[in-house]
Write a protein that binds this ligand. Structure first.
Ligand code: EPU
Length: 432
């Protein structure tokens, strides 16, 4: 099994470039099959979740061509099945975007029902409510969600929770419905806006994505398009916090600073310097930072996908911070792993009481999920001595070349096979 080995203690310095947003790309790739023309998607991150969704898209008969590492050409004209098997959903929940896409295009889709996951139970009742409001009959049968309609007709849909997945899935189906759909209380995340922009580039008529009301006027057909995915807000935020935690000086390039405001504001509040440029952001920390309170909220609030990383940072800051997780019920599992490195964090319900400690010591830890894995890496970069992070396949679901980018910023970090003692020894000899 591959693992990261890190020798902590170096301040990160230099520049890092951010890849395309995984969570935008997943919605966009699913939307690509909704036309029979070729679609070219650029700035795809080269990460595991994207590879799996492309396989799922191929499995239903669409053509998928990898033009290069970050560009794919997709053509949905050859789709021969509307059934997406469990194998893909098990590996990546977002395969369920094919439900909205295929329902919109063929008025029929069958996708395996996703279960809960490592961060909590993740119901899809709002997706189903939306499809039904558009006139689809939805049933769960032998573990599959089957959605079928004679016609899809626009409707007024109020989401009980501002769900990213439900907003995207409903937009996909409604883009090819008859008449107008209004989604109230939609998710406003940048990736929702990006999926809407991509659909519009294919001829859809979607207004208001990113605001409190989305209005979609259905069209009869979508056409080909070439589209570039927005930068990944969470990858950028992760490097911002790694820079602050190691008391470094890092310029993060190819970003949209507006998408990072919740993170920048917290960094400034605890004493880091944050400088914004047109498409870059520089984070400098020269001293031990202070404490704060964080509550995860839908965009533009503090993202739940940055909660583990900021908890790792606050764990080494002065004073006591409170981190409240309001999106998922089970997103503090990594705290026990951080404790192995000497943190002092108590979890009570959906609050983590983070008592800052002056230093961490390296340990062998295990990534319980994608963002928690990134948090353990941040802690490892700070800790004295060696840290190994296992189960890095979680991290590789969402971060492209994570260890290479950290190394380019000066970190002592390598990906090695846990059985390969020689490689581990070689790393230790190299970094001293
Ligand atoms: N929810 C419902 N019913 C639904 C849908 C959601 O109750 O039908 C609840 C969820 O249980 C959760 C909240 O609504 O409490 C928000 O869930 P949402 O649907 O917004 O999440 P998602 O679409 O499943 C996306 C990202 C996640 C990110 C969340 C929140 C993708 C592929 N995934 O998930 O990203 O945490 O939004 O921002 O876009 C990650 O990248 O590490 C990741 C987990």
């Amino acid at each position: 099994m591959e693992q990261y080995i890190i020798k902590g203690g170096k301040a990160l310095a230099g520049e890092v470039c951010i890849n395309g947003a995984k969570n935008a790309a997943l919605g966009i790739l699913a939307a690509s099959v909704m036309t029979d023309d070729f679609v070219t998607i650029e700035n795809l991150p080269d990460v595991r979740d994207i590879h799996v969704l492309l396989q799922a898209i191929e499995s239903i008969g669409a053509k998928v061509e990898r033009v290069n590492r970050h560009t794919a050409r997709i053509c949905g004209s050859t789709i021969s099945s509307v059934v997406v098997e469990n194998e893909y959903i098990r590996r990546i929940r977002a395969s369920y975007y094919l439900l909205g896409a295929l329902l919109g295009k063929y008025k029929n889709a069958q996708v395996s029902l996703p279960g809960g996951c490592d961060i909590g139970s993740r119901p899809i009742d709002q997706h189903i409510k939306g499809f039904e409001a558009l006139g689809a009959k939805v049933k769960i049968h032998h573990g599959m969600i089957e959605a079928e309609a004679e016609h899809l007709t626009g409707n007024h849909i109020y989401l009980d929770v501002a769900s990213v997945g439900a907003t995207i899935n409903i937009m996909l189906a409604a883009a090819l419905a008859d008449g107008q759909t209004i989604i109230e209380n939609p998710a406003k995340e940048p990736h929702v806006v990006d999926v809407a922009s991509f659909l519009n580039s294919m001829g859809a008529n979607i207004k208001g994505a990113g605001t409190d009301v989305i209005r979609i006027v259905g069209v009869t057909k979508l056409h080909g398009s070439t589209y570039s995915v927005i930068p990944d807000q969470i990858e950028a935020g992760t490097f911002m916090l790694a820079a602050a935690a190691t008391r470094g000086d890092v310029t993060i390039r190819s970003v949209i600073p507006k998408h990072l405001e919740a993170i920048s504001a917290k960094l400034v509040e605890i004493g880091a310097e944050v400088e914004e440029f047109d498409d870059a952001i520089r984070v400098v920390a020269t001293k031990r930072l202070g404490h704060t309170q964080i509550k995860t909220l839908p965009y533009p609030g503090f993202p739940t996908d940055m909660q583990p990383q900021i908890t790792a940072l606050l764990a080494i800051c002065k004073g006591t911070s409170i981190v409240t997780e309001s999106i998922y019920e089970n997103r503090f599992k990594y705290v026990d792993e951080l404790a192995r490195m000497g943190t002092n964090i108590k979890v009570e319900g959906n609050n983590a009481i983070v008592n800052g400690v002056a230093e961490l010591t390296g340990a062998s830890v295990c990534a319980p999920d994608l963002r928690a894995g990134a948090a353990l890496v941040i802690a490892g970069l700070v800790a004295e001595g060696y840290t190994t992070v296992e189960q890095i396949y979680y991290i590789e679901r969402g971060y492209e070349c994570f260890e290479q980018k950290m190394r380019e910023l000066g970190a002592d970090m390598e990906k090695v096979d846990s059985e390969d003692n020689k490689a581990i020894q070689k790393f230790k000899l190299k970094v001293g």
